[in-house]
Design a binder for this molecule. Structure first.
Ligand code: PLP
Length: 396
């Protein structure tokens, strides 16, 4: 066997989140789970809604429910998703504008492949979700990022700088992983303007990655991205909002006014096959149609409580960061006693505290912690952080 050359360096590079997750498992086995505080992985906090579980049980027991579905998904599921999107945005979505995909991740690789040819560039603002460069690499696409300064919301100047990197596709994520920032109309207007300033042939397409769409705090109601940039592809997922990341189900939508809507959905259907998904998980599709897509929502008050606990703990220890308004994460600066993110993360690991180095998100001066963990874990993590700060060890 010979592994493909393009994989070179993948192992070392491979998602820091996963690497930390694996380390966490090893630490729990050796130290005992009660001595470890694992703030590495963004698993949802609450159990899935009882209606979701009941329908999944019913579907799984139905012997007629396990065949292939069409590549774009079951009609009833696409209807349920388009009705939900229509209710949320006022845009007249119909079945034809929606595909069911294998989570946001599955939707993203389909969308990127639908829009970019090999060697073309995917452009993102950094910090960005760790998996983005890997999606690009696996598809033979070039990856470029434009760094954002706190508060991590792009200005017109940031958007113009990103356009200078000549992206074929601009990939956007708000509420953002890892910063927790939620972009308003101004950010989308800045991106729209920077794109419009380019000649028609140079204008990139936009892909929205929106798995945290409903997970926003402080009473915020973020704009619906396709209302802001109607030519874009929109991707969201039930992983976080319905607490079912293992079900691998999400959706991709095009604006009904998009003149290429039909061709885009044909491309999606083709790529669901050509990339080997065939379709999203059939049981999850049936469950979604039976429950009704607008009928389940995340327990925002619970997440917000955990956000506040972690934020207060970090602030009391002197950490500097922008308070998250959405998602599951805080992205603080590495304290000055440490040379970089790896030094800090390694020191934390020695105390049984698992956090993710910022370099996986394109920013080695910060680290990521999640608050979608139990309150005990947050308290234990704060104690451990205090010890790490008081005993940083020699500066490396
Ligand atoms: N995009 C972002 C920003 C994420 O944080 C995640 C998961 O953590 C995904 C995509 C993938 O989500 P899914 O489980 O729906 O594939």
């Amino acid at each position: 066997m010979r592994l493909a050359n393009f994989l070179g360096g993948f192992q070392e590079d491979a998602s820091w989140i996963r690497a930390m997750f694996e380390k966490g498992r090893d630490l729990k086995a050796s130290l005992g789970a009660e001595h470890v505080a694992d703030l590495s992985l963004g698993n949802p906090l609450q159990a899935p809604d009882q209606r979701v579980l009941n329908e999944l049980v019913r579907v799984v027991a139905d012997p007629t429910a396990h065949g292939y579905t069409s590549n774009l998904g079951l009609d009833e599921t696409r209807d349920a998703i388009s009705a939900y999107l229509k209710g949320k945005s006022g845009i007249p979505f119909q079945r034809a504008h929606v595909a069911v995909v294998a989570g946001a991740a599955g939707g993203l690789v389909v969308a990127l492949r639908a829009l970019a040819d090999q060697g073309e560039t995917v452009g993102v603002f950094s910090p960005y979700f760790t998996e983005y460069p890997f999606y690009a690499k696996a598809l033979g696409l070039h990856f470029e990022s434009q760094a954002l300064a706190p508060p991590f919301i792009p200005t017109l100047e940031d958007a113009r700088r990103l356009m200078k990197k000549k992206p074929r596709v601009v990939l956007i994520n708000s509420p953002n992983n890892p910063t927790g920032q939620v972009w308003g109309n101004e950010a989308y207007a800045a991106i729209r303007q920077a794109i419009d300033e380019l000649g028609p042939k140079d204008r990139p397409d936009v892909v929205f990655d929106d798995p945290y769409a409903e997970i926003v705090y402080d009473g915020l109601t973020p704009p619906f991205p396709l209302s802001e940039i109607p030519q874009a592809l929109y991707i969201s997922s039930f992983s976080k909002t319905w607490a079912i990341p293992g079900a691998r189900v999400g959706f991709l939508a095009v604006h009904p006014d998009n003149p290429l809507a039909v061709q885009a959905m044909d491309a999606v259907a083709f790529l669901m096959r050509a990339l080997g998904f065939v379709s999203a998980n059939a049981s999850a599709q049936r469950m979604l149609a039976r429950v009704g897509v607008g009928n389940v929502h995340p327990e925002l008050a619970l997440y917000e409580k955990h956000r506040d606990m972690l934020v207060h703990g970090l602030l009391s220890l002197g950490f500097r960061f922008v308070v998250p308004r959405g998602g599951f994460y805080v992205f603080p600066d590495v304290p000055e006693a440490f040379q970089d993110d790896i030094c800090f993360v390694s020191r934390a690991l020695a105390d049984g505290l698992i956090v993710v180095p910022g370099r996986g998100f394109g920013d080695a001066s910060r680290f990521r912690v999640v608050f979608s963990v139990s309150q005990e874990t947050i308290c234990r993590a704060i104690e451990k952080l205090q010890n790490v700060l008081h005993n940083p060890g020699p500066k490396r």
